[in-house]
Ligand binder design. Structure first.
Ligand code: GLY
Ligand code: MN
Ligand code: MN
Length: 483
């Protein structure tokens, strides 16, 4: 593991004299964490641990938080722990860098972590280490505090390599922590298995959200709705700026940092033909008031759950007739998709229902070279020239949650109560597409909402944001006339 005795200092850090070191080492008041403090969602951790342990009887499982990624030189990107680690430990902060959750064959969880450094240990790490020092990046828990916060046993990260000297079959969630991968991939560690089955099982553990997770996702959706309103309020200033898309990105991202950990993915602010690029995150265009704006964004909570919502808005506040036609078709497709959602429905049903509406609409417009029926056939799919991507996905700690789940439990599986997903059909009518009438070229519309499957259907979590043409125009009008 990372050598705890190495101090991470910068080339411009001044040398520390023995006198300063001695002076820094004492006269500090104790600052213990409150004994009542627990990680959010604490009550669900033991059940998750037991379920993943039961999937691999007799094995030791290693789930790392991950390592810092260098941005340049001695500056790192902001750290966010791996979702599987956050799900099993409830620990979500930047100080989780390099920590590893070990699940022993008997199901006991042990957290291997870098504890708060002792201020009198002679290293001066707490004030000298710019990566991990308390006076550089903030307080860490000591071993007893970490155990109390999580209900897990806590051990020093330096002791992790000792686990690889025995003969316990060990399975590692690989490709998350290169330090752990190097350690467990060594030739002598031939009892160590590094395969995808653990990744798949950890993804599948998150397919059904517990009530606390649904609450977190609702919180994320609510903050996201507030961020969308902020974007509409920022429109007048953005329309005057030569990079109006960036002004709007800033408005949403400010809300995400103010209310949560940040954005759950890079905010997409796509005006005019930029909306035909599915993940337009350059966001460097000006705004043309005659065009539409596609905003796809989500606030990630401090507990790391994210929403994923898209609205397509007329920059003038009013849809033109051609814009309305495209919008209404996507809305009808989305409504048809949402209507299929219930326990027992196939995951693919909402996609199929939405795409049928889209294909029939494109056929009515005379855009398709074949009938809607033929375009929808699995050996054809010609309508996909205009839709490009699938119509939704699981949502949770990751925007594309449960991504490693096996096809039989996800893509080819059935919906169950407690699953949370997006429904997000779109039409992306490229500006240079000669199959399209010129009036439609350069129009991109996506409508994306977040839903939780209930006992007898689905609940629209993002109903605070209007979806209909009239609803959007009224909502924008109200926001733009404030004060
Ligand atoms: N924002 C990415 C997606 O909608 O899937
Ligand atoms: Mn999505
Ligand atoms: Mn999205």
């Amino acid at each position: 593991m990372a050598d705890q005795s190495v101090l991470h200092t910068g080339s411009h850090d001044l040398p520390v004299t023995p006198a300063l070191s001695a002076y820094m080492s004492d006269q500090w008041a104790p600052t213990p964490l409150s004994a009542d403090l627990r990680v959010p969602g604490h009550g669900y951790l033991a059940g998750r641990l037991a379920r993943i342990a039961a999937a691999f009887p007799g094995e030791r499982l290693l789930v790392p938080a991950g390592q810092l990624k260098v941005r340049s030189n001695d500056c790192d990107y902001r750290f966010r722990p791996n979702s599987a680690y956050a799900h099993l430990t409830g620990l979500t902060g930047e100080e989780q860098v390099g920590h590893v959750l070990v699940i022993e064959p008997d199901g006991e969880g042990v957290l291997y972590l870098r504890p708060r450094s002792d201020r009198s240990d002679g290293t001066g790490a707490f004030f000298r280490d710019r990566r991990y020092g308390e006076l550089w990046v903030g307080r860490r828990a000591d071993l007893a505090e970490a155990a109390n916060l999580t209900g897990l046993r806590a051990a020093h990260l330096d002791d992790l390599p000792k686990l690889f000297t025995g003969s316990v079959p060990t399975r590692v969630l690989s490709d998350v922590d290169p330090v752990l991968d190097a350690l467990t991939g060594r030739p002598h560690a031939d009892h160590t298995v590094r395969d995808g089955q653990l990744a798949a099982a950890l993804s599948e553990l998150r397919l059904i959200k517990d009530p606390w997770e649904v609450e977190q996702l609702q919180l994320s959706v609510d903050h996201t709705a507030a961020g969308f309103a902020d974007v509409v309020r920022a429109l007048p200033a953005a329309l005057r700026h030569h990079r109006g898309e960036r002004i709007l990105e800033g408005a949403f991202n400010a809300r995400a940092r103010a209310e949560g950990n940040g954005t759950g993915y890079e905010t997409i602010v796509a005006s005019g033909a930029h909306a035909c690029v599915l993940h337009w995150i350059r966001n460097d265009g000006p705004l043309d008031p005659t065009q539409l704006l596609l905003l796809d964004a989500g606030v990630e909570t401090d507990t790391l759950y994210t929403a994923d919502i898209t609205r397509t808005l007329p920059l003038s506040g009013t849809f033109s007739s051609a814009q309305r036609d495209v919008y209404e078709l996507v809305l009808a497709a989305q409504s048809a998709g949402i209507a299929t959602l219930r326990p027992g429905a196939s995951f693919r049903d909402f996609h199929r229902a939405a795409m049928r509406v889209i294909a029939e609409g494109l056929s009515e417009w005379g855009v398709l070279p074949v009938s809607a029926e033929e375009a929808l056939r699995e050996d054809s799919g010609l309508y996909r020239r205009y839709t490009l991507c699938a119509s939704g996905h699981m949502l949770g700690l990751d925007v594309h949650d449960c991504a490693k789940a096996r096809a039989e439990t996800y893509l080819d599986g059935v919906l169950e109560e407690g699953m949370v997903l997006t429904v997000e059909p779109g039409l992306y009518l490229q500006p240079d597409d000669l199959t399209l009438p010129p009036a439609l070229r350069g129009t991109g519309v996506r409508i994306e909402d977040d839903l939780v499957i209930t006992a007898d259907g689905a609940r629209l979590m993002s109903s605070a944001l209007p979806r209909t043409v009239d609803g959007i125009e009224t909502w924008m009008g109200e926001l733009l006339s404030e004060r």
